[in-house]
Design a protein around this ligand. Structure first.
Ligand code: FES
Length: 756
């Protein structure tokens, strides 16, 4: 037998002026398993001491204001208070008799409040306690660019064991290739990567984080609430504990190979370092090595072992930060830009030319032409990506400024088709400075070709005229794409069509969080960024990751599979936006990753999945007991947890009135309601409104679209059964409270008409 405590709040008269709370208390006394009732006037601000008298109870029913909208009486605070007085945080429910009863009707609404009390009571009777799991206090950071480095530093310093995996032999990522970096707020001062990277790298090394260079995560999966990663470490031919970085090995090495760090513009030895300040400060061997053994002979510390083999390491992590950075758009796809010509280069290649003080084969170029938006902001049907790559305008203007300094005689032209975007304070200064010496030309490049030893660039101006520009170097400011998409897929992180991970909604508040619990994204993998922004994201992700490990309190709502009913059809796995479901002999929902959206439950054709504390039976029972005092058609509004329910709370605050025969239930994602449940509910009510977040705003990615489709498919069937328009779907965002009121009034009017 349950022990229910009931708390009734008058809200300083705001509730009691419309609802007879003595009557409500009388009804509460008669409800099954209610053992104690307390009255309060200001539940939200009163000391929790009053609630301590309910410590003997095992669940609490609040008849008060909205737990969704109150700043002080909200779900997090309630859960914290319950835990403090020894009651499981899932064992409460709220009858929202202020926003959705007292405030949205005229006159006495005691009858409706009694119905709401009963609805809440029947649900609470079936609630189950929320559980806890232990999440490993260990973080995997994949990608050793500036974002990953910052994340590893912050995690390790905060006491979280951090492992940084980088596929290159050095950390620092693309930033190492860029000699001069912007400082957003202090131009013309610029930082050199040769200063910044060693500072950051030293911090990584001193932080206690373990760093695996020349390594990659070849597989990763979820297991018992954690992540298991398989990491492949390339053969460690040079022992880092012995290498003193003297370079004697490289001096004797007979094999020259292209240095990818220098975009192929210089050679390195098969045993070498990509650049002098590479960290870790050790030599590495590339696969072109012939294993002649000269280096072994030359090494004074016996650090080289040419028989070393790769290692596969398997480790368990509680959280993962993906900071795999970006890759350049394949410029060869833009045939008109002639990227295969040796004097047509990318922005990154230009950085390496700047690194050699603008010397190309011993000479400085006479005329450099930069082409903005090379592959970015492509229109329908064009090669390229439709988005702005954000950093390329600023990089181009920075490079133009560098050319002005390093080669004052060089003529500089920037061709922009769209516009020049200088989105930071410092970039605007760069831009203005460049305007003194750079010719900015508006036009679309039609063709780049060589003529008489010079490059001829043909552009079409906005007026439709053709112009020709001659140059001896063309720099294409290339679009960028995310790197490491395969890993995101392995983690079941949803991405957009270009591979950028989709952050958790609302993404403006959770910028580094993916839809998979405890998987964070930082740096350019989630969109083009300058170094400063990447570092900021690394720090943010580390903080969030740190908060996510240790004892994890599972949500109140978690999906559970009835294995006897499951047919392992995998539909739930595809429907889950959070990567929480794996299907082998049957579906298994890992509760440590489940976000309790209910999409799997509604999608399951075998009815094998139920959402704990939001089971079909709980909703059906609420519909059964909720309309005793309804005068008129029974209208049930099933409102999504996030947006639509908040809109309902705002109706009253904004003076909207709805018919008192409407009952609301705060459901999970709108798509947690399946057709069978709707059919069951229609046996008990006359009309159902299902409302979810606006398009692109569902907190579970596609839940609202699924539900819109489901209702769309159901309605013709309902019409054939003689109940047209009994079910209505609406996208209702938080600010659409007026629209919600209008819809409910329309439904009431319509149902009254068809009932007479
Ligand atoms: Fe609102 Fe999905 S969370 S519709």
């Amino acid at each position: 037998m349950a022990q229910i405590g009931v708390v009734i709040c008058s809200c300083g008269g705001q509730i009691s002026e419309k609802i007879d709370l003595n009557k409500l208390e009388e009804v509460a006394k008669g409800l099954k398993d209610v053992v104690k009732i307390i009255r309060t006037d200001f539940l939200c601000t009163e000391d929790i001491e009053k609630l301590r008298s309910l410590a003997d109870c095992d669940r609490i029913l609040f008849a008060a204001c909205s737990e969704r909208s109150s700043l002080t009486f909200n779900e997090d605070r309630i859960a914290a208070i319950l835990e403090e007085i020894g009651i499981n945080r899932a064992m409460y429910e709220v009858a929202n008799i202020r926003e959705q009863c007292a405030w949205i009707h005229d006159g006495d609404v005691t009858g409706k409040a009694i119905d709401m009390l009963k609805m809440t009571h029947v649900k609470l009777l079936m609630n189950k306690p929320a559980e806890e799991v232990e999440v490993r206090k260990k973080a995997l950071v994949v990608g050793g660019g500036v974002a990953g480095m910052q994340a590893a530093i912050d995690l390790a310093r905060e006491g979280v064991e951090a492992v940084l995996v980088e596929k290159k032999p050095y950390i620092g990522g693309h930033t190492c290739q860029i000699p001069l970096l912007f400082q957003c707020e202090s131009w013309p001062s610029m930082c050199t990567s040769e200063c910044i990277i060693p500072v950051l790298a030293r911090e990584v090394m001193n932080s206690g984080a373990r760093v695996f260079t020349n390594s990659e995560v070849v597989d990763i999966w979820k297991e018992n609430g954690n992540f298991v990663a398989r990491i492949r470490k390339a053969p460690q031919y040079v022992d880092p504990s012995r290498c003193i970085s003297c370079g004697k090995c490289s001096e004797v090495c007979p094999v020259d190979v292209e240095n990818s760090f220098d975009c192929g513009m210089s050679k390195r030895k098969a045993i070498d370092k990509e650049f002098k300040l590479a960290i870790p400060d050790i030599y590495n061997i590339v696969e072109e090595c012939t294993k002649c053994g000269e280096c072994v002979e030359a090494c004074p510390t016996n650090a080289i072992n040419l028989d070393a083999e790769e290692e596969i390491i398997e480790e368990v992590f509680g959280t993962v930060i993906i900071s795999t950075g970006f890759k350049s758009f394949d410029l060869r796809r833009l045939e008109e830009l002639n990227y295969t010509h040796p004097r047509v280069i990318s922005s990154m290649e230009m950085e390496r030319i700047i690194a050699r003080k603008m010397n190309i084969d011993g000479e400085k170029p006479e005329h450099v032409v930069f082409v903005l938006c090379s592959g970015s902001r492509a229109e329908e049907g064009e090669e390229g990506v439709p988005y702005c790559s954000k950093t390329c305008c600023a990089i181009t203007v920075k490079q133009a400024n560098r050319v002005m300094v390093l080669s004052p005689e060089t003529e500089i032209t920037v061709i922009y088709n769209n516009d020049v975007r200088a989105y930071e304070r410092a970039f605007e200064k760069f831009y203005r400075n460049a305007q003194n010496a750079v010719d900015f030309v508006n036009g679309r490049v039609e063709e780049i070709d060589e003529e008489n030893g010079m490059l001829k660039i043909i552009i079409e101006t906005p007026d439709g005229d053709e112009e020709e520009i001659e140059a001896d170097l063309v720099v294409l400011a290339e679009a960028v794409l995310p790197e490491g998409v395969e890993l995101l897929e392995k983690l079941k992180v949803r991405t957009d069509r270009f591979g950028f991970p989709i952050e958790f909604q609302p993404r403006i508040l959770r910028p580094t969080e993916s839809h998979v619990d405890r998987v964070y994204v930082a740096g350019s993998v989630s969109g083009p960024k300058i170094v400063q922004e990447a570092v900021e994201q690394g720090a943010t992700a580390a903080l969030r990751a740190k908060q996510s490990v240790g004892i994890k309190k599972l949500p109140k709502f978690v999906s559970k599979v009835d294995q006897d009913l499951c047919s392992a059809c995998r539909i739930c796995e595809a429907a889950c936006p959070h990567g929480a479901i794996d299907v082998k002999d049957f579906a298994y929902v890992d509760p440590a990753f489940c976000q309790g959206c209910g999409l799997c439950m509604a999608a399951c054709p075998s009815n094998a999945i139920q959402l704990v504390n939001f089971e079909d039976e709980q909703i059906i029972r609420q519909a059964e007991v909720g309309f005793e005092h309804a005068d008129g058609p029974k209208i049930l509004a099933l409102l999504c947890y996030w947006c639509s329910y908040a809109a309902a709370d705002l109706m009253g605050r904004n003076g909207i009135k709805i018919p008192p025969n409407v009952r609301t239930i705060r459901i999970r994602c709108s798509s947690s309601i399946n057709s069978n449940l709707i059919a069951e509910l229609l046996k008990r009510v006359d009309g159902i409104l299902i409302a979810g977040c606006p398009p692109k705003n569902c907190h579970h990615l596609w839940g609202n679209y699924m539900m819109a489709k489901r209702v769309g498919l159901m309605n013709p069937v309902m019409a054939a059964l003689g109940a047209p328009n009994a079910v209505r779907w609406e996208y209702i965002g938080v600010t659409n409270w007026a629209e919600l009121g209008k819809v409910l009034n329309e439904m009431d009017k319509y149902l009254r008409e068809v009932r007479t």
